[in-house]
Design a protein around this ligand. Structure first.
Ligand SMILES: Nc1ncnc2c1ncn2[C@@H]1O[C@H](COP(=O)(O)OP(=O)(O)O)[C@@H](O)[C@H]1O
Ligand SMILES: [Mg+2]
Length: 293
């Protein structure tokens, strides 16, 4: 079965099928690349948005987190990015505690967050020069052009964000995040504002680049099919809610291991055995278990 309980998120998952269908996850699960331990965040004292959030990401793994608005997904991502601090708990990446923003982590926000006065080339070059301050300009240029080509934007490389469509702007954000060759990518609903057609194309591009570069990715989405397409594992997050026994913080309610073959595509997804069962399970969670009623 692909469904899993919370505690397993923090522990090794020796019997979970991996994305290729083999029965064993890598042994590295035990000392995961990214370890989140008992994280909680309270904006209001005594009433944490979420508490006791623990999970592990392996190197090269693509993990999506899905949950209703307000459950704390962005807060978790911001803590992983080093842009916010948790009230309690630890985040350890590659053996080191995360204590602030770093070029080890590339972030793509829901809104593209480009510098409007700079062209595509200049936006990406800015990041590349921050990452490698000693590089010669020819080296920076070649590197920038490579990543712009990767997301299919070469013809627009000297345009400013205001001259680009929403999909193109998101592509620039993705190229910028990849161009610094981070150890990990953090994506906050990167396709949320896009129309379905553009979203599909960029999902395909992202999937191809991630496979090619074996990136470790943590991505927030509210789109069940997007999570099933992209993720090796899907974290189902519940909202905090008032119960007869008092307030209960939100948290990771369940970790779902994606059993579908990793070479799945958008076109093949709904023909695959197990797709509907997986989809129904996640939708049922969102409808009946994720939120207080
Ligand atoms: N800076 C902040 N100050 C106070 N409350 C905040 C702040 N940021 C987020 N929150 C609250 O924390 C909860 C979780 O927010 P967020 O992490 O953005 O959720 P999600 O991304 O899952 O929609 C929400 O109720 C939100 O209003
Ligand atoms: Mg959010």
């Amino acid at each position: 079965m692909w469904s899993d309980v919370t505690q397993r998120a923090a522990a090794a998952t020796p019997d979970a099928p991996d994305a290729s269908g083999s029965p064993q996850r890598k042994a590295s699960s035990v000392n995961g690349f990214l370890q989140i331990e008992r994280l909680s965040k309270a904006y209001v004292p005594g009433k944490p948005v979420f508490a006791d959030v623990s999970f592990v990401l392996d190197k090269g793994e693509f993990v999506c987190i899905i949950g209703h608005s307000g459950c704390g997904k962005t807060t978790i991502l911001n803590v992983l990015a080093g842009l916010d601090t948790a009230t309690s708990g630890n985040v350890i990446m590659d053996g080191r505690e995360i204590s602030g923003p770093s070029l080890d982590r590339g972030v793509v926000f829901q809104s593209h967050a480009l510098m409007p006065w700079l062209t595509v080339r200049q936006n990406i070059a800015f990041a590349v020069k921050s990452r490698w301050p000693d590089w010669k300009s020819t080296q920076v240029t070649a590197h920038v052009e490579k990543f712009v080509a990767l997301v299919g934007l070469s013809p627009a490389i000297d345009k400013k964000p205001s001259q680009l469509s929403g999909g193109m702007k998101q592509r620039v954000g993705i190229a910028r995040a990849f161009s610094i060759q981070p150890k990990m990518l953090l994506l906050d609903e990167p396709f949320g504002a896009l129309d379905a057609l553009t979203r599909g194309t960029i999902q395909d591009e992202l999937m191809a680049i991630v496979r090619q570069t074996q990136q470790t990715v943590f991505m927030i989405t509210h789109d069940v099919d997007e999570a099933i397409l992209l993720a090796d594992r899907i974290l189902l997050m519940s909202n905090g809610n008032e119960t007869p026994d008092g307030y209960r913080p939100g948290g990771i309610a369940e970790v779902v291991v994606n059993p579908l073959p990793r070479d799945r595509t958008r076109a093949s997804l709904h023909h695959l055995d197990g797709y509907y069962a997986l989809r129904n399970h996640i939708v049922d969670f969102l409808v009946t278990r994720a939120k207080a009623h």
